[in-house]
Write a protein that binds this ligand. Structure first.
Ligand SMILES: C[S@@+](CC[C@H](N)C(=O)[O-])C[C@H]1O[C@@H](n2cnc3c(N)ncnc32)[C@H](O)[C@@H]1O
Length: 371
């Protein structure tokens, strides 16, 4: 073998080894989600926050509820979580024990989202995203996603979630009060997070609005925050009976139990946050047709406001989050994440004339749709 051939083969072998490393990263990618869930379950973000924003290993060991025979696992878990940006290691502040130096960990912007009670607005305790993580990285959802391959090769009309758990997602939330409460809490934390940005970045969408109905509005987190920020807007929430009946009323927002496929209460603005991505195109047209009928002042600014994904972003991370959420929707529901052309088609079919996409919410966008 001549030297040139030898160099080519050497390069091929290096590429193969690199490819294997990449394959391992994808094969074990689920462990990032699991480690993230562990961090939330153990309360690591809160522990670091309570310790003043950074904590050494002994400080963490002193406060986390680890079994005595698992304490040596913590540095390995922390090393992994640091490797993909959940925490960072403060090299300048290595702590010392009597015999060795020890790592000091800090929060990153990602783990700050998992701390109870720090956030961007007065509802700080609610913006914490840890329940959202617990809901999404749960036996129920991960178990359902493991059915995806079988589901794709079966003619079963069920979703992978239905295949795994014997009923569709919304029926399940209606049957399992504990999961339903956790799910609604997780959704509410997302709403508190998003509404703060909406109110500050595009308050103009609420100008002239006298009434608003949040369709599929869960426990009313979004509607309550809108009513707080704009007291002149009368806010309603429509959701399924089991969600509405488990929600305490506050006299500010009016709750209506019902099925959006059949009825949407009238208002100047109909809000659909994180709802349409749960449904097929046909169902979205049906829901939007009902919403259009419900708009009271069609000639004077009445509209539907949608908060959902419009696939496509120059940011690789945002795009990856959008595409991951699309597979999550394939697993749990009959819905999907949509590109602008998909939205365009649905809006026209539901009888709307124009729309405006405002990409102000990171992974998601705010879309105004006019009758
Ligand atoms: C993904 S959650 C979004 C909740 C809320 N909009 C948010 O973003 O926090 C979807 C909501 O739609 C509600 N929902 C599902 N089917 C419904 C129906 N047929 N009629 C009314 N609400 C429904 C669910 O109960 C749930 O609260």
């Amino acid at each position: 073998m001549d030297q040139k051939q030898d160099e080519i083969l050497k390069k091929d072998r290096a590429e193969l080894l690199q490819a294997q490393a990449e394959l391992w990263c994808h094969t074990f990618g689920y462990l990032k989600s699991i480690a993230l869930r562990c961090a939330v379950e153990l309360g690591i973000p809160n522990a670091i926050h309570r310790n003043g924003g950074s904590a050494s290993l002994p400080e963490l060991l002193g406060t986390l509820p680890l079994a005595a025979n698992k304490r040596s696992c913590l540095p390995r878990l922390m090393r992994f979580l640091v490797s993909f940006g959940i925490f960072k290691e403060d090299i300048s502040r290595e702590g010392t024990t009597t015999t060795t130096t020890t790592s000091v960990y800090q929060l990153t912007p990602v783990s700050r989202l998992l701390v109870d009670g720090i956030g961007m607005n007065s509802n700080t305790e609610h913006t914490c995203q840890s329940t959202y993580v617990l809901v999404c990285v749960s036996q129920l959802q991960v178990g359902a996603s493991l059915c995806l391959g079988n589901w794709l090769t079966s003619s079963d009309e069920n979703t992978p979630f239905g295949m795994a758990h014997g009923m569709d997602f919304w029926d399940f939330t209606g049957h399992d009060a504990e999961y339903s409460m956790l799910f609604n809490k997780g959704m509410a934390s997302d709403s508190h997070f998003v509404v703060n940005i909406v109110i500050h970045e595009c308050a103009e969408v609420f100008v002239g609005v006298r009434s608003l109905v949040d369709v599929g509005g869960g426990n009313g987190a979004m509607a309550k925050a809108i009513a707080d920020a704009f007291p002149h807007i009368k806010c309603y929430v429509l959701d399924l009976p089991h969600v509405i009946h488990g929600t305490p009323t506050d006299g500010i927002v009016e709750f209506v139990a019902g099925d959006m496929m059949h009825f949407v209460p009238s208002a100047d603005v109909v809000l659909l946050k994180f709802v349409l991505h749960d449904w097929s195109d046909e169902d979205c047209v049906r829901i939007l047709t009902r919403c259009k009928q419900a708009i009271t002042n069609k000639e004077e600014g009445g509209k539907v406001i949608i908060i959902d994904t419009v696939i496509g972003s120059p940011s690789q991370q945002i795009l990856e989050a959008q595409l991951s959420m699309d597979i999550c929707m394939m697993t749990l529901t009959t819905g999907k994440e949509r590109e602008e052309r998909d939205w365009h088609k649905i809006f026209l079919e539901a009888g709307f004339t124009r729309y405006k996409i405002m990409p102000i919410l990171g992974v998601r966008a705010l879309i105004e749709v006019y009758p």
